[in-house]
Design a binder for this molecule. Structure first.
Ligand code: IVH
Length: 678
C-alpha cells in the first residue's frame, strides 16, 4: 500500500470517528438523533472494517475500542476527592415540607427557595474524572470516599464521551472535573437481557438496578460492553476550572454542553410547592418512562446557598429524595379478558399497560371473579394501582376513581366459553363462572400443563406453549397421548429439531416412575394440592387404596374435611377418570408407594401446622414446605394460635415476633435441618 493510500484511509478513519462521536452525543446526550439506527450502525461498521484492514491505524480512543479491553484480576480502589454522599429520604409530602422549612431557617429567609427537581434514577452511582476534557478514570460510590475503579468498564458504555466537547468561543474545559451520575438499564433492555439469560439457562436479574450494577461490576469489560448500559449525570464533585458555576441548573446545562447525558426531565421550581407538584406529575408519568425511577430529588439551586447549608455526616442539607411508595405502581387497564382454567373456571384478567412493580414487569393481573370486579368497580380504561407483595401474583389494589374520564367501559362475563363456545354457568353456591364442557380444549390444555408441571410429573420442556402447539396441531388430545408420542412425529415440527424432540421424549419416559403423592396431584382432582396429595399418599399407602377409599375412610385423615373427601370420591367414581388412570397404568406408569414413616418422623410432624419466615440458605422455602408436608405437617402463611412451629430463616419478619408473643415453638434453620433429617 502506498503512503498516499494510508494517508487518505487515515483521514477517512478520523472523519468516521468524529461522526460517530457526534452522533453518540446527539443520541445519548441530546436525545435528538439525526441518524436512524441503521445509518449509525453503517458508520460504525465502516470504521470497524477499515480498522480491521489497517490495524496500524487503530488508536486507543477509537469508538470501536469500547469493547476491546483485557479482563481485570480484581478492581482497584477508587478515591473520591470530594465524598460522594447519599441523600436523605422524605417518605411523604409532609417530610418534604419540613425539609423546606429547615432550609429556609438555616438560610435565614422567609422567601421561597429556588429548587431544581430531578428524577431519582434507580441504578448505581458512578463518578467520572475528566482532565482537560479527557476521561481519565471512573469509580463506583463504595462507602462514599473509596469505591471500585471501574474505569475500563465505564469506557465501554456507549453514551459516555471519552472526550468532552467544547465549541469555539466556549471557556476552556475544566482542568479537572469529577462528574457524578447514575448508570442504569432501560426497562425494555432489562427484559431483553433477562430473556437472553433464561435462554442460556442463566439466572435472571431481579430488577433493572441489579442488572446495571451486575453489568458494571464485571471483571471482564467485554461483558459490560455487551450490556445496554445508560447513564445520566446529575452533579459534580471536584471542579477546577476558569469558568465559575453559580447554580445547579446552570451546572446541568454545562454538563449537557460538554456532551454528558443529562436527564431532560429536570425542572427549575420556585418554592417547595412547585417541586411537590413536579413529584405529583411524576407519579402519573412514571409508568410511561422508559427507565425505572424510585422518586424525585429536590435540590437547592443556588450553589452558594448549598455551600452555606453544608452537609451532615452522610447527606447534604441542600437536597432531599422524595420517594414513591415501594410496591404500588399506577397503570391503566387496557382491556379485560377471561382465562379458562383446567377445571373450567373462567377467571377475568386485566390486561395492563406494562409496568415494573418491584423489578417484575406486570402486564396482566387476575381479577379473581366477577364479584371482585364489582366490589372494586374496575372498568376497562381505568387508571389503577397495582401491587405485588413478595412472591404474590400481581393484583389491582384499587381504581383511581378521580381519573375517570367517562369513557371507561364496564366488563360483563361472556355467556359462551371463549375456547369452545359452550355455555358459561355460575352455580348459585359458587363465586366463579365455569365452562360446562368437560372436553373444552382450554380445559384439556390446562390439565395437560398441570400434569406435566414441576410439582406434578415434572416433565421438563412441556410448558404452556408446547402443549398449546401439540393440541392445535392435533399431536395430542389427552394426557395419556403424551406417553404415545413418537420421535418421528416431533422432529419434523418446525423449530423443534431432533435434539429437543429426544430431550422431551426422555423427560416423558423418566416421568413414568413417579411417587404416589405427585401422581395424585398431577391428576388435578379439585381441592387436591401438593399438601392434600401428600396426606392422602401417606395415609392410604397405595393408589388402589386411594381409588377405593370411601368417604368415611378419607374423613379419618387429619387435614381432610368433607369438601375435599367429597371431591376425591367423586373424581375416582367417575368412569371417565377411572379409565384415564387405567390407561396411564397400562402405558407403563409405575406409581411408587410412599415409604412408611419412621418413628422419629412420625413422632412430631403428622397434623402439625408449620409457618416459615425469613430466607432459608440451604433450601428454598418451597422445598422445606414439601419436606414437612411429606411428613404429614401442614404449612400455612400466617402465625395464629393454631400454629405449632415457626421456622425462622435470615431476616425473619413480624411473624417471628408474633410467634414469640404467642409462646409458639421457634426453630432456626440449623435446628430445623437437624430435626427433619434425623
Ligand atoms: S444527588 C450529594 N441526584 O441516589 C447528593 N442522586 O442516595 C448526591 N441518584 O445512589 C446525590 N438520581 O446515585 C442525586 N438526580 C439524582 C439522582 C441521584 C439517582 C442516586 C445516587 C445515589 C442515591 C443517593
Amino acid at each position: 500500500m502506498s503512503t498516499m493510500d494510508e494517508e487518505s484511509v487515515s483521514l477517512k478513519i478520523a472523519e468516521l470517528r468524529r461522526l460517530i462521536d457526534y452522533h453518540n452525543y446527539r443520541y445519548y446526550a441530546l436525545d435528538d438523533p439525526e441518524l436512524s439506527d441503521a445509518d449509525y450502525d453503517r458508520l460504525f461498521r465502516q470504521l470497524a472494517d477499515l480498522e480491521k484492514e489497517y490495524p496500524q491505524l487503530v488508536t486507543v480512543d477509537s469508538p470501536t475500542r469500547r469493547v476491546g479491553f483485557a479482563p481485570l484480576e480484581k478492581f482497584s480502589p477508587f478515591h473520591h476527592e470530594v465524598p460522594l454522599l447519599s441523600l436523605e429520604n422524605a417518605m411523604n409530602i409532609q417530610e418534604t415540607l419540613e425539609f423546606d422549612r429547615r432550609v429556609r431557617k438555616l438560610l435565614a429567609t422567609e422567601s421561597e427557595i429556588e429548587y431544581v427537581a430531578e428524577l431519582k434514577m434507580d441504578g448505581l452511582a458512578v463518578e467520572l474524572v475528566y482532565e482537560n476534557g479527557v476521561l481519565t478514570g471512573a469509580g463506583t460510590r463504595g462507602d462514599g470516599s473509596t469505591g471500585e475503579d471501574v474505569s475500563t468498564n465505564v469506557k465501554t458504555i456507549r453514551p459516555v464521551p471519552w472526550r468532552l466537547f467544547s465549541a469555539p468561543g466556549d471557556p476552556p474545559l475544566p482542568v479537572r472535573l469529577a462528574v457524578r451520575g447514575e448508570v442504569f438499564i432501560e426497562k425494555k433492555d432489562f427484559e431483553k437481557l433477562n430473556e437472553q439469560r433464561s435462554v442460556r439457562g442463566e439466572p435472571p436479574f431481579a430488577n433493572p438496578r441489579n442488572a446495571a450494577a451486575g453489568s458494571l461490576r464485571q471483571l471482564d469489560p467485554a461483558v459490560t460492553a455487551a450490556r445496554p448500559l445508560r447513564v445520566f449525570f446529575y452533579g459534580i464533585g471536584t471542579y477546577e476550572s476558569q469558568e465559575e458555576l453559580t447554580t445547579h441548573h446552570a451546572t446541568l446545562e454545562r454538563l449537557k454542553g460538554w456532551g454528558l447525558p443529562v436527564n431532560p426531565q429536570s425542572r427549575l421550581c420556585l418554592g417547595i410547592g412547585a417541586a411537590v407538584s413536579y413529584f405529583e406529575e411524576l407519579v402519573e408519568k412514571r409508568e410511561y418512562l422508559p427507565y425505572e425511577i424510585d422518586g424525585v430529588v429536590i435540590k437547592v439551586n443556588d450553589l452558594a446557598a448549598q455551600r452555606r447549608l453544608g452537609e451532615k455526616s452522610r447527606s447534604p442539607r441542600w437536597a432531599v429524595a422524595l420517594k414513591f411508595s415501594p410496591h404500588e405502581v399506577q397503570t391503566h387497564v387496557l382491556d379485560i379478558g377471561v382465562n379458562v382454567g383446567r377445571t373450567g373456571i373462567i377467571t377475568p384478567v386485566a390486561f395492563l399497560n406494562p409496568v415494573l412493580v418491584g423489578g417484575v414487569t406486570v402486564k396482566r393481573a387476575t381479577l379473581h371473579n366477577i364479584d371482585e370486579i364489582g366490589r372494586k368497580d374496575i372498568r376497562v380504561g381505568d387508571a389503577v394501582l397495582v401491587h405485588r407483595a413478595g412472591d404474590v401474583i400481581p393484583e389491582v389494589a384499587e381504581v383511581i376513581a378521580s381519573k375517570r374520564t367517562g369513557k371507561e367501559t364496564v366488563f360483563t362475563m361472556p355467556r359462551q366459553c371463549p375456547s369452545c363456545g359452550a355455555e358459561v354457568v355460575r352455580l348459585p353456591e359458587e363465586a366463579f363462572h365455569r365452562c360446562v364442557n368437560r372436553n373444552c380444549p382450554a380445559q384439556i390444555k390446562g390439565s395437560i400443563v398441570h400434569f406435566a408441571s414441576r410439582d406434578a410429573m415434572d416433565i421438563n420442556g412441556l410448558g404452556d406453549k408446547i402443549v398449546s402447539r401439540f393440541i392445535d396441531e392435533k399431536i395430542i388430545e389427552t394426557v395419556p397421548d403424551l406417553y404415545r408420542l413418537r420421535l418421528e412425529e416431533l422432529e419434523h415440527l418446525p423449530g423443534f429439531g431432533e435434539k429437543s424432540a429426544r430431550n422431551l421424549l426422555q423427560s416423558i419416559e423418566a416421568s413414568k416412575r413417579i411417587t404416589l403423592s405427585r401422581f395424585l396431584y398431577a391428576l388435578g382432582v379439585s381441592h387436591v394440592g401438593t399438601f392434600v396429595a401428600d396426606l392422602l399418599a401417606n395415609a392410604c399407602g397405595s393408589l388402589e387404596k386411594v381409588r377405593c377409599a370411601p368417604m368415611e375412610e378419607l374423613l379419618k385423615i387429619r387435614g381432610i374435611g368433607e369438601k375435599v373427601a367429597g371431591a376425591i370420591t367423586a373424581y375416582f367414581s367417575n368412569p371417565q377418570n377411572a379409565r384415564l388412570v387405567d390407561e396411564l397404568l397400562a402405558l407403563g406408569l409405575q406409581i411408587e408407594d410412599p415409604q412408611p414413616l419412621s418413628t422419629a418422623q412420625s413422632g412430631f410432624w403428622p397434623g402439625k401446622t408449620v409457618v416459615f419466615t425469613g430466607a432459608l440458605s440451604s433450601m428454598s422455602r418451597q422445598e422445606a414446605g414439601r419436606e414437612v408436608s411429606s411428613k404429614g405437617a401442614r404449612v400455612t402463611e400466617s402465625v395464629s394460635g393454631k400454629t405449632d412451629l415457626v421456622v425462622a430463616g435470615a431476616d425473619p419478619g413480624s411473624k417471628l415476633d408474633k410467634a414469640r408473643k404467642l409462646g409458639i415453638k421457634v426453630m432456626d434453620e440449623e435446628e430445623f435441618i437437624r430435626f427433619i433429617k434425623p
